[in-house]
Write a protein that binds this ligand. Structure first.
Ligand SMILES: Cc1cc2nc3c(=O)[nH]c(=O)nc-3n(C[C@H](O)[C@H](O)[C@H](O)COP(=O)(O)OP(=O)(O)OC[C@H]3O[C@@H](n4cnc5c(N)ncnc54)[C@H](O)[C@@H]3O)c2cc1C
Length: 322
């Protein structure tokens, strides 16, 4: 007799996208398993800074919608920062202007205003945004998923048919892994390097973009550390920190905040962003329905903003699985 797979969901991947999606599906009453090559703490998601802002993600309009939905969730989670890893923190988004942001941000972000010359030498926006301590947040997501009855299994998927043979619904949240899994060359690596230093007393975040040099420099205060960034190395896969690049990141940050210059280095982090021409968030026309009667949904390619859009995308998946 055929196995009853009607209630089963397999989510492939346990980065922030896979965990958040699996959690939303499990809390909707479905039986959900995660299959993952790496545990959450060894994913790109664990490396992220992570500031809520739709950076390096396409398409912009949809990303903003998903980001705003996620913002509402992060605002709630920020009431329990030690547990969830989410905090609302003030800071300056350099080279951003109020009139360029349009109504999407201005209407939703209380207190959004142009930064003063004292806060930032260039033109920028002062905002209070979610700043997420990813190791804590990923562990919290996983624990909440397990409490909702979810199961996490360590498993490398070489063909999504393996998952489809075992569950009616399969959600592909493999990030950059989709490149090999599906042969999708539209998703490509954009490497990012960070330096972790002892915080010399910085309480606000800062992002500064130099269009001429092509660099984005940032400082994110996290509990017990200050995260300094960064790089955007298109097409680069290496997870090895480059000492010369690390020194250059510290120097760039010290131009913005001189007290960083002598800060003790605690460590280095490197991650590879899954940048895609457009996030793939859709029900697979070939994989869904037909012979097996199953559903295949893709949710990958969130570039430099997977944390920013995770909850909004997970809710879209929820609407696609039935
Ligand atoms: C330096 C840096 C800074 C960043 N800063 C921010 C920020 O401030 N704000 C923000 O929103 N975003 C930021 N990002 C981007 C963010 O980290 C990514 O968009 C996000 O982590 C993508 O999440 P994901 O779950 O899709 O991918 P991942 O975290 O890479 O997870 C993919 C999962 O799929 C699994 N997998 C892959 N292939 C297979 C397979 N074949 N079989 C089984 N499992 C598989 C992996 O093991 C992993 O569990 C930053 C990224 C970097 C590198």
């Amino acid at each position: 007799m055929a196995e009853d797979r009607s209630g089963d969901v397999i989510v492939v991947g346990s980065g922030v996208i896979g965990l958040t999606t699996a959690l939303v599906l499990a809390e909707s009453g479905r039986r959900v398993r995660i299959w993952t090559r790496e545990p959450a703490e060894r994913t790109t998601s664990a490396v992220a800074g992570a500031l809520w802002w739709p950076y390096a993600i396409e398409p912009q309009d949809l990303a903003r919608t998903w980001a705003l939905r996620s913002l509402s969730v992060y605002e709630e989670l920020a009431a329990r920062p030690d547990e969830t890893g989410v905090r609302m923190v003030e800071g300056v988004m350099g080279e951003a202007r109020l009139d360029e942001q349009g109504p999407w941000a201005a209407a939703r972000l209380p207190g959004l205003r142009a930064s003063t010359a004292e806060e930032y030498a260039g033109s920028g926006l002062w905002a209070e945004l979610p700043l997420i301590d990813m190791p804590v947040h990923l562990a919290w997501l996983r624990a909440r998923f397990l409490r909702a009855g979810g199961v996490v299994e360590s498993r490398v998927v070489t063909d999504l048919a393996e998952a489809r043979a075992q569950a009616r619904v399969v959600v592909n949240c493999t990030g950059l892994g989709a490149r090999e899994l599906l042969g999708d060359t539209a998703v490509r690596p954009v490497r990012g390097q960070l330096v972790i230093v002892e915080n010399p007393g910085i309480r606000t975040w800062l992002v500064s973009t130099d269009a001429v040099a092509g660099t984005t420099t940032y400082l994110f205060p996290q509990p017990g550390r200050l995260v300094l960034g960064g790089t955007t190395d298109d097409g680069e896969w290496s997870l090895e920190p480059d000492p010369a690049v690390a020194a250059e990141i510290v120097a760039r940050c010290a131009v913005l905040r001189p007290e960083v210059a002598g800060a003790r280095v605690l460590g280095h982090r490197v991650g590879v962003r899954p940048v895609r021409s457009a996030v793939r968030l859709e029900r697979d026309a070939l994989g869904g329905g037909a012979a097996g009667g199953g559903v295949l949904v893709h949710n990958y390619g969130h570039g430099g903003a997977g944390v920013t859009v995770a909850w909004g995308c997970a809710e879209v998946v929820l609407g696609l699985v039935d």
